[in-house]
Design a protein around this ligand. Sequence first.
Ligand SMILES: [Zn+2]
Length: 139
Amino acid sequence: MTDWRLNGQEEYLTGKTLYRIVLPDYWQEAYTTKNSFFQKIKKYAETYVRELKRGHEYLEGEKIGLFWHEHCEFCWDKAMSDTEGTFYCTEDMYYWVCQECFDDFKNDFNWTEKTAEELPETDVSKYEPVFIVTKKNEE
Ligand SMILES: [Zn+2]
């Protein structure tokens, strides 16, 4: 049986513990508590603004959440801080899976489901934001 969504994810997602994230509630909580999810977004946003020299108006208050989005590893459904949706992420919050794909593949991938409250706080100081910078007028 083949599924268009399967593309080698078993190599890095088999047997993982996935944490259930309900948006936008989780973002609201992260913004209030300033947890590591918030700190990561903040670091990314500040790096973005510094490198690209734009978007500084979004560093104020809750707008900073607009810097973040992720895609489902299987169907590419988009997770955003201001849009309703339930997703599951790995402990490092690097891989995200939407509710539908989680339900479809949880048995095949042998996932363990945990709640957002069980998500451990991570050391954000080691987090290096990565994004593509297009430099104009390069010599
Ligand atoms: Zn999906």
